[in-house]
Design a protein around this ligand. Structure first.
Ligand code: ZN
Length: 565
């Protein structure tokens, strides 16, 4: 069905609650494992309906945040969904305590039960009001961010629309773009600070209510860390500082040289410009870029061909930048229709192509899992696994990138690999910052900014903010929406980036073998933990000692052999 024809009706939460009560009662009284499996499937079907309606609403809300109807519906769903948690919990508990547990694990998957045990630790009915407030605060942040009407060079632009100017070949324009962006955040400084402060206190309160020392532990569980601990994450970050940060400094020195800027004059103003005559940008109109994406997936494999036809035939893309649209990009899923949906803000930079490779990588995995994984709760892995799908697709589509970049393709490939390496320390910085913030919830906004600057020195020692507004005072993290909306998400990207570099190295050796391995990874959906998924296709887990060093060193060497001026 076409997206525009999918009907939205406000979910009847009261009826759903009643149905969940009845399912729980029947589960408790069930006389066999088989009967319980049947009830579990009914439970998944019910959740699938609710999730499809709430997602339809939230997509339409982000497509136009000014639409009052979907705004109100979205607020309503955000308020009601946590209330339903109270009804999900007894069902889960009954399932976990089932006398047929061994048979259920056999039939539905052991991991489903491990994950449910984690979910149990992350929820208690008393935190529902806090969860509702958390949702409201996160929405306020999104609204504030999207409200930006920034005067720039005679136009009014959004934060996303400033993107291309930060890569301008004219230094004064780059600087002006950063200043314009900074002044929006500076003008709304109090609101951004206050919203974050409230979120930190709220999340800390939730953690304490559940018996955790801080939100660091609860945050890890909310992200379903079922195969490594916060200490493992810290050790991964240490490896990055030791083995990768020195390489990123070399990458930045190379960039300065390419730009003809002396190393001591290279500042944050020059950070986003890769080449003297401009970053590699996609050639053609947004419509032509979309068409190139279609051709790419038609040729890549039979599976991707079926996938891309589904996406185009059903209007499952909303990627052009428009006023009122929420920032960022995402891929989500409409389970009742067994199809994904991709949202973005095209702005004429290589980021537009990333949407067609990265977000489409998520969507493709969703499409495949809907055919290969019977239990919906195990169709998608934890997010490092899911980001492995998308970040690897960025590299596995390399033979088709010329469709987007033409003669600029070599430039794109080099900066894409460089960006992958540069991203990992940045992602660790975001993660480390959040750990500090949630371990010390009493920090003032000023102390948080100071901490950010201190950690910048550890993870991006090459950066000189050169007196820029907003960035210079250490508040640059406030434009990173994950910090407000999805705490501790960033490390998932870092782990996945290391995975994607392994797939890339393989594909440079043998493209078909790499694609086979990738498909073997994707077909398993979320039926294994992230570490087990990696090992199941003979890749190393990024957490393993030495993995960061070997994988990143190899990628760095590839860049050394493919330098472009
Ligand atoms: Zn992603």
């Amino acid at each position: 069905m076409k997206f525009s024809e999918m009907p939205y009706t406000r979910p009847d939460y009261a009826a759903a609650a009643k149905e969940l009560d009845s399912l729980t009662a029947r589960l408790r009284g069930a006389a066999s494992a088989q009967e319980q499996v049947g009830l579990y499937k009914e439970y998944e079907t019910l959740l699938s309906h609710l999730s499809t309606q709430a997602t339809l609403c939230s997509i339409r809300h982000t497509v136009d945040t000014r639409d009052a109807f979907y705004e109100e519906e979205n607020n309503y769903n955000d308020e009601q969904a946590p209330l339903l948690e109270e009804k999900l919990q007894p069902f889960r508990q009954a399932l976990l305590a089932s006398p047929y547990r061994a048979e259920l694990e056999e039939s539905l998957g052991k991991l489903l039960f491990q994950n449910m045990e984690l979910e149990e630790k992350a929820f208690s009915p008393e935190i529902v009001p806090l969860m509702q407030e958390e949702n409201r605060l996160a929405n306020e942040y999104q609204k504030l961010y999207a409200s930006a009407q920034i005067p720039f060079m005679g136009k009014t632009v959004t934060v996303a629309q400033l993107g291309p100017y930060k890569e301008s070949t004219d230094r004064a324009t780059r600087r002006a773009a950063l200043e314009a962006e900074g002044s929006f955040f500076d003008e709304n400084r109090e609101q951004f600070d206050e919203l974050f402060d409230k979120l930190v206190k709220n999340r800390t309160q939730q953690a304490k209510a559940l018996g955790f020392e801080s939100f660091v532990e609860l945050g890890a569980i909310r992200r379903m860390r079922n195969c490594y601990t916060p200490a493992d994450v810290a050790s991964f970050r240490d490896q990055v500082v030791r083995d990768l940060v020195p390489l990123t400094v070399k990458i930045k020195e190379r960039q300065a040289k390419r730009l003809g800027i002396a190393w001591e004059d290279f500042t944050f103003t020059d950070n986003a410009l890769s080449y003297k005559d401009g970053s590699a940008t996609p050639q053609g109109t947004p419509e032509e870029i979309l068409a190139a994406g279609k051709k790419m997936y038609e040729e890549l494999s039979p599976e991707t061909r079926d996938f891309i036809h589904l996406m185009f035939d059903n209007e499952l893309f909303d990627v052009l930048a428009k006023d009122g649209k929420a920032p960022g990009g995402y891929c989500t899923s409409l389970p009742d229709y067994q199809c994904p949906f991709i949202f973005s803000n095209f702005n004429g930079t290589s980021g537009d192509v990333d949407v067609l490779t990265h977000e489409a990588g998520h969507a493709f995995a969703d499409f495949i899992a809907s055919q290969t994984v019977a239990v919906r709760a195990l169709s998608c892995p934890t997010m490092e696994g899911a980001e492995t799908h998308s970040m690897s697709m960025e590299f596995l589509t390399a033979p088709w990138h010329h469709l987007f970049f033409g003669e600029l393709t070599d430039k794109y490939e080099l900066s894409h690999a460089e960006d992958a390496l540069l991203f990992i320390p940045y992602g660790c910085l975001v993660d480390h910052f959040q750990e500090e913030v949630y371990r010390h919830p009493e920090m003032t906004p000023e102390e948080r900014n100071q901490k950010w600057l201190e950690l910048e020195g550890r993870y991006r020692p090459y950066i000189n903010f050169d007196g820029l507004p907003f960035y210079g005072r250490g508040a640059g993290w406030q434009r990173q929406l994950h910090i407000y909306l999805y705490p501790f998400y960033y490390i998932d990207y870092c782990l996945a980036q290391v995975m994607s570099l392994q797939f890339y190295a393989l594909s440079l050796e043998d493209r078909e073998k790499a694609w086979e391995k990738y498909m073997a990874f994707v077909r398993q959906g979320g039926t294994k933990t992230f570490v087990d998924l990696a090992h199941s296709v003979d890749l190393r887990s990024p957490i393993d000692q030495g993995c960061v060093k070997d994988v990143c060193q190899a990628a760095f060497q590839w860049t050394e052999g493919h330098l472009v001026e």
